[in-house]
Design a protein around this ligand. Sequence first.
Ligand code: BES
Ligand code: MN
Ligand code: ZN
Length: 489
Amino acid sequence: MADRPSVTFTAPDIDAIAGATGEVAIIVPENGKLDVMARRVNRLTRGAVERLTGGEAFGKLKDGGAMTLAYPTGMAADAVHVIRLEKRTRGQAAREGGASLGARLGKAGGLLLAPSGLKGLDDVLLGALLRSYSFDAHLTGDTAPAPGALAVMTPDDDAAKRFETTQALADGICFTRDLVNEPSNILTTTEFANRLDALKSLGLKVKVMDEPELEKLGMRTLLAVGQGSESPSKVVVMEWMGGGKEAPVALCGKGVVFDTGGISLKPAGGMEDMTMDMGGAGTVAGVMQALAARKARANVVGLVGLVENMPDGKAQRPGDVVVSMKGDTVEVINTDAEGRLVLCDVMWYAQETYKPAAMIDLATLTGAVIIALGHENAGVFSNNDDLADAFLKAAGAENEGAWRLPLGAGYDRQLKSRVADMKNIGGRPAGSITAAQFLARFVKDETPWIHLDIAGVASLKGGTKLAPKGATGWGVLALNRLIADKYEN
Ligand code: BES
Ligand code: MN
Ligand code: ZN
């Protein structure tokens, strides 16, 4: 929730370098050749830069790695940050180079000296913005100060214009992170809906559907999950119609603001992590914000089911049979397999309302996907090879781990129920796949569909190169790229 550094662009002004405060960052290729701005830093520091780049440690840095000269004589800066980056390098290495600066940006801000012809400048800046994020909304006292302004000195006249897109992406990702990091007593279903409603200011059309309306639509499986909570269940629909007449892409998100497991109560240890069980909805929200902010020429609708899974006198019980909006009946064997009950109604509504060109759902759906893939990859399930391949390619380009897992009739049979059309769990074997099979029953034959199980990647105890500990914002970049590559005209 800390403010992102504001970024400004100026033409190279060699004489302004000595007086710059905070962090000064220079970019040097492997061969150590200094551009005109880095040469000035070297001269001001009486050769310290060349001593650093000539040393063994610099030689061992990977592309995108960095080292720091602290409190350099001859300059007002607190540090000179030397990023080793080839001029042609784009993508993850450039982002990591920027991230090393972002992680260090303090209140005094900084100055990035970007040499001419630096292809990865946009990525460097994205990395800096993403890694300077911190969630300190609830810290009192000695909080980390919000990062100060970042000035970019570059001969690249188009950089400022291109930065609008970078800013849109960073804002979308940080919106997702804020939502996922927020504790559940604050991010209630109502507060979540309010934060989505505020996206109207970006030109999104936002509709919040409350319980009576969901009841009328027949979203009984979604409502059954929320009926044990004091927080009212809601479905929020966000439309971005930036394209032409074509059918939209539908993004559906699981938004369980807290998952106690319900009557099938989870054990106490680690239950606090279930504050992130709205990660799917959070990612959908971040993508919608990014698309609107960069005025994407595509039609995309985001739909999120916001509920809280709590045990109380009104809560659903194991053994209950519930009718979905589609009309299929579900025997609820385990109230902790609630995400699929939320999504199946949201997905059915999305298809009935929008006849989408493609539908992608995101959910922190199963612990089993963490057993299968750890925290490196999200589980990808699809009924359509072209769409799945396009997504995997987009995720690969954005360095967001994604691995396809199978679907199949054998797995589907695990959902057979004695008293209803299906059970909501399929037993221990292949738990992520049977969860996907459950969802697949609510996908129309004509709808190309991807299910992303993000339970292992939405929030990390250890952080990543581009994110501090906690919410990652996984998927915002991949989905933004998929939409840009495949659906934008
Ligand atoms: N929200 C959980 C899945 C989860 C686990 C997300 C760990 C993030 C980290 C989901 O609702 C759930 O409880 N799934 C059960 C399903 C089981 C009852 C079939 C699970 O994975 O144990
Ligand atoms: Mn659960
Ligand atoms: Zn859950």
